[in-house]
Design a binder for this molecule. Sequence first.
Ligand code: SAH
Length: 395
Amino acid sequence: MKEIKLKKGKEESLGRFHPWVFSGAIATVPSEGIEEGEVVKVVGHDGRELGAGDWQIGSIAVRMLRFASPETEINEEFFRHRLEDAYNLRQSLGLLRDDNDSYRLVHGEGDFLPGLVIDIYGETAVMQAHSVAMHYRREMLADLLTQITGLGVKNVYYKSETTLPFKARLDPQNDYLKGAMTGDVALENGLRFHVDWLKGQKTGFFLDQRDNRSLLEKYSRGRSVLNMFCYTGGFSVYAMRGGAKRVVSVDSSAKAIALTDNNMELNFPRDPRHEAVAEDAFRYLDTMRDGEFDLIVLDPPAFAKHRSAIPNALRGYQKLNAAAMRKIAPGGVLFTFSCSQAISARDLRLAVFSAAASTGRKVRILHQMTQPADHPVSIYHPEGEYLKGLILAID
Ligand code: SAH
């Protein structure tokens, strides 16, 4: 295994098990060079082994797979164990049930598999590689997915066209590595959703809002619900089951509105309580009647994809939340989220605070939400915590 040596003083973060080695921390690499995607040994300036990980060209140069323990080889068995651990965790979380067959099996660093995301929809696994090394391992990983007892995966769809570094010129094709399309309906807490992994965003469905959708269901009885940025209509379907009086789903994308309508048909066919509208969020909030809704969900796309975008993103969250707070009926409940990794829970709370202050409404925090347990955050990798939400009572 080729060896890279770190600069003096740059060993510290690996000592705390942080899984990334930044290119600036590296003192020397072998003179013969390293192929992108190779597993490299990382040593300190004094030659002491710190661990091994996947080599990549870019600001994150190594994604660590293991620390110290030189006896652990990084081979098929290594990945089988990591995948089995991931599966056992989901099983212990109670996510594999007759009425629930959809969950995130692998959440990158949170499952000690940096660069890899795998979502399960029934008998289909949708796999995304974010690193060159995981791309090279795709066939082996697909084999392992079909072998793990109890997992029940028959089809593996590989979807990495947009997640792999463009410069690596891997030209990955989105395609089935195993099986084929055998159905697209996923079951979540007894509700059914069409998942379009071929054309949808990310792996086709946002599993990360599952627990927050369940919470919304509990608040929905007798309420008028506005689900803003609805995408596949997840929150809307839960609100309907929760006994909402009326549910309006809004998204600027006509495709998202069609997905929402389809999912509503699947669960509440021809139910007149629901309506889906293709419209810009700010336009809709501006033109809707005062007090028309007493339960509003704001789950916008990531406003800050990079740190440099944080100030603008905060203004965006502030403006959006103020628009909803101004119009929500007294006694209303607002579910507001940020899925930007660069925005901290404190940042979101500050943006919501200034939105509240600008409207003068009485606002209280009822719940502070995050991503569910099948999107675990390694304590050594706080960057893995990306979803933040506040549930607010607005008098
Ligand atoms: N709440 C969804 C996920 C939202 S993803 C769920 O639980 O699955 C973000 C969505 O916001 C996308 O569907 C996108 O089409 C929509 N969107 C982006 N900009 C918008 C805008 N200005 N107005 C309304 N919708 C917008």
